[in-house]
Design a protein around this ligand. Structure first.
Ligand SMILES: C[S@@+](CC[C@H](N)C(=O)[O-])C[C@H]1O[C@@H](n2cnc3c(N)ncnc32)[C@H](O)[C@@H]1O
Length: 900
């Protein structure tokens, strides 16, 4: 239950683009308005379907465009020739693609013609694509024999046999408004495999509905993890012959799929039985050739879901992919969505990209290892010491998902170790970096399984890369029995039991990843001691979005430390636990996090506690946005914060420049606002601390829309000019002020109530307010029903009001501020200084004030969210002379003159 809720919360936050669990890809995905939003997985599926159908030259261009999300109306216009701009008899969609089918063998010449076509240039197309008609002897199934295409933006080309078009779908993703960088096209395999496994998973659940229920979910997840391992193993010679697993199922199981499950179960049983025991275990001869794998992956229940003919076909189809191309950094994050009902639609399209993971890992410890490698040069002793040091480093991700941070950390460390071995002339040397030093906690069962698998695959791929396939194969099986990914709630588990303090030689019992999670995870293998680096991208959830269980998680951690813990984001729990952990053992930690923990009210709640544990901010990355491949791409804004005790003398503060480059400053201290400087924490103040004028929130209508009016609604009231002057005011909230929108409100002083009630249209509106307030579950609102003719507050300037929107865009160089007359009111979406001196306006419009607000107030994504208690009342104002006042007043007047 807890698990499901946390997952859903994680997903919710992501998809809503709140201060969210941020995961991303290497891409900036922008869905253009001309396309129905399709994600990369859906596109891959559509292209695969297209390539499987008999080739129809006349239909191909439209079917191709449809696969990339073009709507029926767009295609209809193209077909009718209205929007088809081709000058070669093909199909040209402006700004997108020019497609032409041609006679057999003419593909290259046709592509050249497409490139030279004036229409191609004029319509600014991104791609050209040529494919030829099937040669007379070609199979009817095969479609056009060849296909060539060019991305005109970067000159990249592809050439393939038509049926292999799905292998290149990543090349065309910009057609769907998904602009990719290199990596995603290169990792098209991971998307394809995810798509295939997803179809299989869904089909199996159709055939075995009980496997989708909570009681069988673990079996289903385990089954999928085993399958993935087998597909990988059969393509990488681990099962000795390429494709052996799939081929055995194809040959041994009946075409009607009636015994597919028993064949697979037998194979799994073989993989769980050491060779010496196989006769006793009655493993049939046809399964005997399979290696003993176990490593807990094949232990436990060996029941397999039943297969329909379709599911069997899907299985064979997935097995037919080339699994050597699997990339464990990405694949794990994608595949985990297959098992999550609520995420399946997006199929892992939001995951943390490798460059983003490295933003955490590099400054946390990898840069240091690399610099030590540089220092060591060719000195064998220094190189050896570094290798020994690395062998004792533990990397711990307490919200590891499918293990991408751990996989990247492992691969990067293996690269450094390989360089050490090369310099020492020991290229064959077996790796001394134990996989078991890459530990994780994950709430959900399937990602936890996949994390372990991803690490195993990463280890094998590194062995092949650095030591050659022969040595890699020799040492790969059986898999290690040790368990190092714990399935459980990281905020409830004792991290010291997962990564015991170094040097204590603690020996404990392990949680079994492939068995039931224990309350308290304990690791049963030798703890050699060394450094521990905690990292990850834990879930972010603002206080309003947390479940009861998640609130309880935070309560356990913070209750005895602060009474304000309820305002904290869920991610704060990970920072606090990391700091607690660091007081017991040599460690440092860095997490990707919502930027809200370094802004506004949360700063004063969380950071004094972290600093009190002796930790300081060792490095940080200031707010940055990232995007992902999700169809409904929610940009989220994050920071990265690294804490250590003791922190290094020189601290690194990373930030994105306007042109998207990362710049780094080396500073003596980074405070909780991620600014270089002392650990000053700004707390809310009820009154201005430096004697400036009082700033209030505007008037809260609480009216169900009855007190606020458009100009037309005002006209519809049918008031006389006098009544209009008496009862109608112009009103400003943030949007009205910033965008100059016209809005009015009913403004009825008690003394004029009787007269107002005499006007039918007004009386009805007051009644509407009363009904709405009485229906509310808020007691305060119920009480306000007694004066339904008024807003909660009825503040208005006697002479004038300085207005200040509550939220404004981060792209502004100055905060917007203005002045309105005594006939104008302000809503609660803006702040107001009633009858204040003009020089207050000069403060607000100053660059200094914007910098102060940007630093100490919370933000909405990256936009400024103004707060009177946190930003205005705390704004440090020196004692001002009369001359200062005069100068400021003149500045304010000049600003107002410029505005008009
Ligand atoms: C934003 S994801 C990051 C995972 C992975 N690093 C990635 O980039 O895809 C956060 C992960 O934390 C897990 N999670 C949520 N609450 C948790 C908890 N209380 N304990 C452990 N893991 C949790 C979620 O299931 C999810 O896999």
């Amino acid at each position: 239950m807890l698990q499901q809720k946390a997952t859903a919360a994680c997903r919710d936050a992501r998809s809503a683009g709140r201060e969210a669990a941020a995961t991303s890809l290497y891409t900036t995905a922008q869905q253009t308005t001309t396309h129905a939003p399709m994600n990369a997985v859906e596109i891959e599926q559509a292209i695969t379907d297209l390539a499987q159908h008999p080739f129809n030259p006349a239909e191909f261009p439209y079917a191709f465009l449809e696969a990339f999300g073009n709507k029926a109306t767009t295609l209809k216009r193209l077909r009718a020739g209205v929007s088809n701009k081709s000058d070669l008899g093909g199909v040209l969609q402006t700004h997108n693609i020019h497609i032409l089918t041609c006679a057999p063998g003419q593909v290259t010449a046709t592509l050249a013609a497409l490139k030279a076509s004036p229409a191609t240039t004029k319509a600014k197309v991104k791609f050209i694509l040529a494919t030829d008609l099937p040669a007379p002897r070609a199979s009817r199934q095969a479609g056009g024999t060849d296909l060539e295409a060019e991305d005109l933006n970067n000159g990249e080309t592809i050439a393939c046999a038509y049926p292999n078009l799905p292998d290149h779908f990543g090349f065309f993703l910009p057609l769907a408004g998904i602009s990719t960088v290199q990596q995603i096209s290169e990792n098209a395999f991971d998307i394809r495999a995810t798509s295939r496994l997803n179809r299989l998973y869904v089909e199996l659940l159709k055939d075995n509905p009980d496997w989708g229920k909570a009681e069988r979910r673990h079996d289903m997840n385990k089954f999928m993890a085993r399958l993935i391992f087998c597909f990988f193993a059969e393509d990488t010679d681990i099962f000795l012959e390429k494709g052996r697993f799939t081929a055995t199922i194809s040959q041994m199981s009946a075409a009607d799929a009636s015994n597919t499950h028993t064949i697979i179960a037998t194979l799994f049983r073989a993989m769980n039985t050491p060779r010496a025991n196989r006769t006793t275990a009655q493993i049939p001869r046809w399964a005997d050739g399979f290696s003993y794998v176990n490593g807990r992956l094949f232990s436990g229940s060996d029941t397999v879901p039943r297969f329909s003919k379709i599911a069997r076909a899907y299985l064979l189809h997935v097995g037919g992919l080339d699994w050597t191309k699997i990339n464990p950094d990405i694949f794990g994050s994608m595949i985990q969505a297959v098992a999550a009902d609520e995420e399946r639609g997006e199929l892992g399209m939001h995951y943390t990209s490798v460059p983003n993971i490295l933003k955490v890992l590099n400054p946390l410890f990898l840069d240091d290892l690399r610099s030590k490698l540089n220092e060591a040069g060719d000195n064998p002793r220094m190189l050896l010491n570094l290798r020994k040091r690395m062998a004792r480093i533990r990397v711990f991700d307490p919200a590891c998902g499918s293990g991408n941070f751990l996989v990247i950390a492992y691969k990067e460390m293996r690269a450094i170790e390989a360089e050490i071995n090369r310099r020492r002339g020991e290229s064959d040397h077996a790796s001394e970096i134990p996989l078991t030093n890459f530990r994780g906690i994950e709430l959900r069962d399937f990602p936890a399984e996949i994390a372990r698998l991803a690490l195993v695959i990463a280890e094998y791929q590194c062995d092949v890369l650095y030591r050659g396939q022969k040595l890699a194969l020799a040492e790969f099986l059986p898999l290690s029995h040790e368990s190092w990914i714990t399935c459980g709630n990281a905020l409830r588990l004792d991290w010291l039991s997962i990564c015991p303090p170094t040097g204590t030689g603690v020996k404990l019992h392990a949680d079994d990843l492939f068995g039931r999670p224990l309350e308290q995870a304990e690791i049963d293998f030798e703890n050699e001691g060394g450094e521990t680096y905690i990292c990850g991208n834990p879930p972010y959830l603002g206080s309003t979005w947390q479940t009861i269980e998640q609130k309880a998680d935070l309560q356990i951690i913070f209750d005895k430390r602060t009474k304000n813990w309820k305002s904290l984001d869920y991610v704060a729990g990970w920072f606090m636990k990391a700091a607690d952990y660091g007081t017991h053992t040599h460690s440092s930690a860095a997490f990707v996090s919502t930027n809200s923990i370094c802004q506004g009210q949360q700063v004063a709640i969380l950071w004094p506690l972290i600093f009190a544990s002796g930790h300081q901010i060792a490095f940080a990355h200031t707010s940055f946005k990232w995007a992902n491949l999700a169809a409904h791409n929610a940009g989220v804004t994050v920071v990265i914060v690294g804490i250590a005790n003791p922190a290094p003398k020189v601290r690194q503060l990373f930030a994105l420049t306007d042109d998207g480059e990362t710049e780094v400053k080396e500073v003596a201290q980074i405070n909780a606002y991620l600014v270089p400087g002392a650990n000053v924490v700004v707390e809310k103040a009820a009154r201005p601390l430096s004697g400036q004028a009082e700033m209030l929130r505007g008037n809260m209508p609480y009216d169900g829309g009855h007190l606020l009016l458009s100009r037309d609604e005002v006209d519809a009231l049918g008031l006389t000019p006098e009544q209009r002057t008496r009862f109608i005011r112009r009103i400003y909230g943030s949007a009205e002020f910033i965008r100059g929108l016209e809005r009015y409100c009913l403004w009825i002083e008690d003394a004029h109530l009787e007269e107002a009630l005499g006007i039918d249209a007004i009386q009805q509106r007051i009644e509407g307010v009363r009904t709405m307030r009485l229906a509310s579950r808020d007691r305060g609102a119920n009480e306000m029903a007694a004066r339904a003719h008024q807003m909660r507050e009825m503040n208005i300037g006697r002479s004038q009001t300085i207005v200040m929107p509550g939220v404004s865009s981060e792209s502004r160089a100055y905060l917007p501020v203005g002045i309105v007359d005594n006939n104008t009111s302000v809503t609660n979406l803006a702040f107001a200084l009633y009858d204040a001196t003009l020089w207050s306006l000069a403060f607000i419009a100053s660059r200094l004030h914007l910098v102060w607000i940007a630093t100490v107030c919370g933000k909405l994504k990256t936009d400024f969210r103004y707060s009177n208690t946190l930003g205005w009342n705390t704004f440090p104002v020196p004692t001002l002379t009369e001359k200062n006042h005069n100068d400021l007043t003149r500045s304010a007047e000049n600003i107002l003159l410029l505005k008009t």
